[in-house]
Design a binder for this molecule. Structure first.
Ligand code: GLV
Ligand code: MN
Ligand code: MN
Length: 441
């Protein structure tokens, strides 16, 4: 099918969305093209503004809009056989603090443009096509990523989800402390029981998410598109290290139980074991880069120049394509923590936030993506996703796959994240051709 992807429209919409940000002042004009730092945290006024604008675009394109109790937003193009399983595409529009303008948004606005281009080409789908904007792919506000998709896929207990606590007050003193997800979503206008969010079995016949790679491989190897075969399994933890505080001048060094020094050991232990896991994998002839572990947030109490830290909280994000290897890194970390607790006289409390399974793509959807790449003369390769995506949590209930476009220097979760217009348009075109095939299957 010959498709006309409106490059100007799509890029203008990406730029418009990028300007709905809580850090408008941070545009870096010294970079070419200038970057827009994006902070758009779920259920903040900026997030609600972005949602309203997106819904208006979908309605203008003739799609019906439905929102569920957590704010997942479905934009539907009814097929000629609406009782059949739906073909879905989409991604997220929320953004971590000081992010770029392409993570998630390319899959939402590219998905919208893909559907519009099919409509404008006169395509008449047999199966209904739906664009989905997920709530809170990013963990910033409630501490856990992919909140909306976990509930859709039945991967998270709805009652427990509703009791998740708002963590924004930890970084923004203007936010009230400790409201529940239930309270925050009600205030944002999303009502009803979270149990109703779960999709019925066989809701989707196929699911495809378009996303920037967020890594360097496509650009480095000069390949236009990536077809994702599997998504690495993420896990995350929160640690509280309890020591003893005191006067920075008067508390003698031999008498200290400094919580921050203990936390520093913990952080370096994480890094050491992740590196060792990769080295072992490499020695066994595997890639040797698939274990990644990050401590991205540390809060020190009481946080004064002249006070020995008595308590530290920190987060750990660890991912691997191999769950057993991820678990072995955690086992090694636990042994180090126990030894350190004894040696330093501190206490370490671990809270598991999530430990997920990897996702595997469906061979039929991979075949449809590859056929679409060939039709559009696009070069492509199969690859793993090391970032997690909402597709992880659609995978338990539907056949899934993902399509990646390159991003400059593999950079993501930074204001200088960048994908070329050509890559965005090609990804959108191949997505549209793939959705067309799946909608007639
Ligand atoms: C998604 O944003 C991730 O952290 O992989
Ligand atoms: Mn992200
Ligand atoms: Mn993303």
């Amino acid at each position: 099918m010959k498709l006309n992807i409106h490059t100007d429209r799509l890029l203008a919409e990406l730029r418009h969305l990028a300007r709905i940000t809580d850090c408008a002042q941070n545009e870096d004009k010294s970079l070419l093209p200038p970057t827009q730092a994006v902070t758009r945290i779920v259920f903040t006024p900026r997030d609600l503004e972005a949602r309203a604008w997106l819904k208006s675009l979908a309605k203008a394109a003739g799609f019906s809009v439905r929102e569920d109790a957590v704010g997942n937003t479905f934009m539907r193009w009814e097929g000629s056989e609406p009782a059949l399983g739906v073909v879905g595409t989409g991604s997220h529009t929320d953004a971590i603090p000081h992010a770029g303008m392409y993570d998630g948004t390319v899959g939402v606005l590219g998905g919208l443009e893909a559907l519009r281009s099919l409509k404008e080409a006169g395509f008449a789908p047999k199966r209904s096509l739906e664009l989905l904007m997920f709530t809170s792919e990013e963990p910033t506000r409630f501490g856990i990523g992919c909140l909306g998709s976990r509930l859709l896929g039945g991967v998270m207990d709805p009652q427990a989800a509703d009791q998740l606590r708002d963590r924004l007050h930890e970084t923004d003193p203007n936010v009230a402390e400790g409201l529940s997800l239930h309270e925050v979503r009600e205030a944002a206008g999303f009502h009803g029981a979270l149990g109703s969010v779960r999709l019925p079995p066989h809701y989707y016949s196929a699911w495809v998410e378009l996303h920037i790679e967020q890594g360097p491989l496509l650009e480095r190897d000069n390949v236009e598109l990536g077809i994702v075969t599997n998504i690495a399994a993420p896990a995350s933890y929160r640690y509280t290290v309890e020591g003893a505080g005191g006067h920075a001048g008067a508390l003698l060094m031999p008498d200290r139980h400094d919580a921050l020094c203990a936390a520093a050991e913990l952080i370096l232990s994480v890094e050491r074991h992740a590196l060792a896991a990769n080295a072992n994998a490499k020695a066994e002839g595997q890639g040797g880069v698939d274990t990644v572990a990050t401590v991205g947030m540390v809060a020190v109490h009481p946080g004064a120049v002249n006070s020995v830290p008595s308590r530290v909280t920190l987060t750990l994000d660890i991912r691997d394509t191999d769950v057993a290897r991820r678990d072995s890194v955690m086992d090694a970390l636990h042994a180090d923590i126990q030894e350190m607790e004894r040696r330093r006289g501190v206490r370490v409390i671990e809270e598991l936030i999530n430990a997920d399974q990897p996702a595997h793509s469906d061979p039929h959807i991979i075949a449809a993506l590859e056929a679409a790449c060939q039709e559009e003369n696009a070069t492509f390769r199969r690859m793993a996703s090391r970032a997690y995506h909402d597709t992880n949590f659609i995978a338990p209930i539907a056949p899934v796959a993902m399509l990646f476009i390159p991003c400059r220097n593999g950079v993501s979760h930074r204001p200088d994240e960048y994908a070329t217009p050509e890559a965005i348009v090609l990804g959108t075109r191949v997505l549209a051709q793939t959705l067309a095939k799946l909608a007639m299957a």
